[in-house]
Design a protein around this ligand. Sequence first.
Ligand code: FES
Length: 370
Amino acid sequence: MSVRRLAEDQFQPAAFAFNDENAAWADKTIQKYPEGRQQSAVIPLLMRAQEQDGWVTRAAIEKVADMLDMAYIRVLEVATFYTQFQLAPVGTRAHIQVCGTTPCMLRGSEGLMSVCKSKIHHHPFERNAEGTLSWEEVECLGACVNAPMVMIGKDTYEDLTPERLGEIIDTFEAGNGASITPGPQIDRHFSSPEGGPTSLTDEEPKKKASAKKVVAEAATAKVDAAPVPPSEAARPKSTDAETNAALKTPATAPKAAAKNVKAVEEQAAADAGKPSLSDKNRPAGIEKPATPDDLKLISGVGPKIEGTLHELGIFTFAQVAGWKKAEREWVDGYLNFKGRIERDDWVKQAKALAKGGEAEYIKVFGKKPR
Ligand code: FES
């Protein structure tokens, strides 16, 4: 780790002040933190000072310390610890941070540093003759998948070659840095494979779709294989042509489709280890009343569970209060609650709420419902 010190006195300005816009931003930022925790704003304020002046001056460190009621040494510790803070003047048009960590090094970061040395200055942190450019080597910047890369300001430029970095440096030097699109500098979208996707192409969704089809067909086959009710068995058997024609009639096709959907849902529920919706222990549902009870008042019921209960036709405390053991077990299994309905005693809670609302709940449980 490099030794990080403040710049020589000759570079240090006598004073620092945030401009009006940044001062207003700083006040607002400090207020984000709870009383007594304003010091937490130290990093954002130092970063804003750097964005304003290009680097963090001693005067800026002292100003931030005063604003946050901190000892100067504490802010100095922060500024010298984090390498994103520049402690000496850097190039006014671009300071190029070249990642030199292993993946970037293996993919050519040394070539990028050679370009910086030849175009800017042989030594890092030294500015070019015009004072417009500077560079440094940094540790991993988190874009290793597109190595090698550099960071300029808040943008990364990835998949670089020495030639491309040379062009980028020239463009910044000309004051046109904003014209370069950051990110990969080759035919790559973000971190997708070079030249386009090689996985999750169209084939994958097709495979998933066909897997779903197999499940649906299996479920349909089960339904078709179910014993024929005597009344139907007595009917003369229709030919395939007749069956097809019947399936096409508007009256029967929706029924058949609904039957298949139900079968698929039941199959999916069974696969998930849920009890069947047609199980005899499923509690009876009702039509949604005009003003359903707020089931979320029962401890253990959140918005999602309430939605599921509604799907099951459960809308009132009275319904829950009336559940027998087998019904409670069915709901517990359906919600995959692992016994929580008993542990939270939904029935007792629902009885209290059905009898006298929150007041009765407080009387019974000594606390407000959640
Ligand atoms: S190693 Fe260079 S970005 Fe991670």
